[in-house]
Design a protein around this ligand. Structure first.
Ligand SMILES: Cc1cc2nc3c(=O)[nH]c(=O)nc-3n(C[C@H](O)[C@H](O)[C@H](O)COP(=O)(O)OP(=O)(O)OC[C@H]3O[C@@H](n4cnc5c(N)ncnc54)[C@H](O)[C@@H]3O)c2cc1C
Length: 394
């Protein structure tokens, strides 16, 4: 079963399928492997994404994978003060609510249509090396072991990525850079399905809780709590259950699905390439550290990795090419990720009263006039002491 391809992509999440698609469109012979027996399931995601990103990764919005559209978000402070944001200001996780399983399969189909081969139930178990360069991966498929030789291996193997570690890249995460997540899909809930909800403060230590609507009475209700703020991951359930219990509109819902997982809320890896390997998406720690959303950056970095990898088979030396990948994703997203990381670092330290004040001050501005400057001015005028908590950052 040994094979030779131009590009081997490990992991058929949104990142891997997008990488495989663009590598194939670039003319490369591509193999996409996925360890699970069905691409897209089980879903471990709140399924919220911003509308604007689809265009950037070359996808038209489609009912095939979008299940609900929202107009914006409500940000709810610990004292109940509510800030309504329109979709453009609500961040990368607001606008569409996906059917993630259908979305992941849609992207895999796009990769296949572009010419990539796909193997499910197939795990990378180690990398193949020659003269200090990665030249493929050892794979397992239903008990059989075989080698895939490739000019480039794209590690799109998610939060628990092993490809990066095998390639000798530093992928270790500190406790404070991980959020434990738990989510229920609740049916029979009440609320305004035009707005996704974000609950801040000690109800979700170091993170936030969300209500992402899937239909008029069905929502993903989840929580992300910073690992440095809890004793063990099971505490996420305690916080989520408590929030639901004291929110009557949610408490009347019935749980039809439960998912647990983790997201990195770290800076991106210092290096996302090694000779013969590129890491993309969650594997490269490209999740937004403020929101925990990673689909957009996964698809974008997958696109860049795929496009650049397709060039590799045409060149004698590929070192510059790998650096080009690193430069490209950093140019597009590093500044925002770094800024959001700094904000997250401050936010995990602020108390409920500070959050109440910030939300109160910002909700006075009026949604149409919200800008960085107007937010600063509002906080400075009303609660100058709060600005000190964010000294240097704002
Ligand atoms: C509870 C929760 C809620 C979230 N909510 C949101 C949200 O609302 N919006 C948002 O944008 N993001 C959200 N995220 C983050 C988002 O799910 C990830 O950022 C996204 O899935 C990243 O895609 P990926 O392709 O990089 O990784 P993944 O989706 O994790 O895909 C990696 C794939 O690689 C496969 N794989 C792993 N190892 C191997 C191997 N050795 N061989 C072969 N295959 C392998 C896995 O089976 C998997 O299919 C959430 C995450 C969690 C946990």
């Amino acid at each position: 079963m040994d094979r030779e391809v131009d590009v081997l992509v490990v992991g058929a999440g949104p990142t891997g399928s997008t990488a495989a698609k663009y590598a194939a469109l670039g003319g490369a012979e591509v193999l996409l492997i996925e360890k699970r027996s069905e691409i897209g399931t089980p879903v471990r995601c709140g399924e919220g994404v911003a509308k604007r990103w689809l265009e950037e990764i070359g996808l038209a919005p489609s009912r095939e994978f979008i299940c609900h559209e929202v107009d914006g978000a409500r940000v709810i402070a610990p004292d109940g003060t509510t800030l309504v944001l329109d979709e453009t200001r609500a961040g990368n996780e607001c606008g569409y609510v996906l059917e993630r399983d259908l979305f992941d399969r849609f992207l895999a189909r796009e990769a296949a249509k572009a010419g990539a081969d796909i193997m499910i139930k197939t795990s990378a178990v180690d990398l193949l090396r020659q003269d200090g360069q990665v030249v493929g991966a050892r794979c397992e498929h239903m008990g059989d072991t075989f080698d895939v030789h490739a000019d480039v291996v794209i590690g799109a193997d998610g939060f628990e990525s092993q490809v990066g570690r095998w390639a000798g890249l530093e992928t270790h995460l500190r406790t404070r850079d991980i959020d434990a997540c738990l989510q229920y899909t609740l049916v029979g809930v009440d609320g305004d399905p035009r707005l996704n909800d974000f609950y801040l403060g000690s109800c979700a230590p170091g993170g936030y809780a969300w209500v992402f609507w899937k239909e008029a009475d069905v929502a993903n209700v989840g929580i992300g709590v910073n690992l440095s703020k809890i004793r063990d991951r099971a505490d996420a359930k305690k916080y989520l259950d408590a929030l639901i219990e004291r929110t009557p509109s949610l408490a009347r819902g019935e749980i039809v699905e439960e998912v647990a997982g983790a997201v990195s809320v770290s800076l991106p890896l210092e290096r996302t390439v090694a000779p013969g390997v590129m890491l993309a998406g969650d594997a490269a720690r490209l999740i937004d550290p403020l929101t925990g959303g990673g689909i957009l950056n996964g698809c974008l970095s997958g696109k860049y990795a795929g496009e650049i990898a397709s060039e590799a088979s045409k060149l004698a030396s590929t070192e510059d090419l790998f650096q080009a990948y690193e430069r490209r994703w950093r140019t597009r997203m590093e500044e925002e990720l770094a800024r959001h990381y700094l904000i997250k670092e401050r936010l995990i330290r602020v108390d409920d009263e500070t959050i109440n004040k910030v939300i109160r001050a910002v909700s006075d501005i009026g949604v149409q006039r919200i800008s960085t400057q107007s937010v600063l001015d509002a906080i400075r005028n009303r609660y100058p002491e709060v600005l000190q908590a964010f000294d240097g950052l704002l």
